[in-house]
Design a protein around this ligand. Sequence first.
Ligand code: CUA
Length: 162
Amino acid sequence: MRPSNTAHLYELAWILPSIALPIGMLVALVVTAFGVGVHVPGDAGRVDPTKLATTAPFDKPGVFQVAPGRYEVRMVAQIWSFTPREIRVPAGSTVTFIATSRDVVHGLFIPRTTINVMLLPGQVARVTARFDRPGEYPLVCHEYCGIAHHTMAGKVIVEPRS
Ligand code: CUA
């Protein structure tokens, strides 16, 4: 093969993937957003972070049963704790977290579940997970929020069904 042809092939070998990759990413984006319904959480509403004590549902943080097997956790994050700090539900429960931050950006992450969201002051996050296996699930802040960030944690206790 002549040298000019080889150079041409090398160029094609770079050009084709550089066209195919962004097209592939765009297709993946469109399919996940509109086909599977994956979206950025946080469109659940807005709230004045300075008035949480008088704004429902954050005026009464806690765990509430909303239907058989369904619970709602109304949660407020602040430096450096979650309210409520401990959540108890029976195994097989579907739990929706409605959460926000009182002060700075925090995170809400529960390993081994689908809960992984940022808590922004002013923004209401709403995420749902099902807890089938009994046990303790740590609930951690995974956004750096200050000097005691590493201590900001809670837990979900999933009790075996009797
Ligand atoms: Cu709250 Cu880190």
